[in-house]
Unconditional design. Sequence first.
Length: 202
Amino acid sequence: MSSTFKFRIQLDGSHPPISREFLVPSDFTFYKLHHTLQIVMGWENYHLYEFSIDSYRIGQQFEKDGFNGPNEIIDSKTLKIGDVLKYKGQKLDYLYDFGDYWEHSLTLERIIEDLTVPFPICCSGSLNCPPEDVGGLSGFYDFLNIINKPKHPEYKELKKWVQSKLVAVDSKYDPKKFYSERVNFILLNLDLYIMDWENESD
């Protein structure tokens, strides 16, 4: 019987910290963990990703050449998080979008042996996610500076641009707001979310 892992994820370099705390079954693959992170953070899930812990890299494999060297990416679909993470306090890195280069720190805060959850649950969160393709951390903070200045020459353009992003609710982007109910509704249907994502990616 699987246990439940409680994680904290934080977007590296964000001040104040953009973070989430959530529960997942320990028998989840890293592939399912990736999709869970996309949902809890608020990303749009159309860029590459990679986990790293110690000397291991875990992510998407595009070629199967049989090589199993120290720097090869391990297929996230075949490796379960419970096979790698064994004790409270373990940390790993999660990189999303090799262009904007969003680096996240993941910490296993707790292993709950007597609890099984049928789907991920987001317990808490702080601040909204940056809009996708905003240009990394520096671009994000430039964006925040501009949308707080209605007289800035780029204000109207950026305000219109962000309306189409996932992080905008009712066509408005609030950097201080975390929408936990929306996140947990999507997590409730995680398998359907993944199936739709895979169909769109084909």
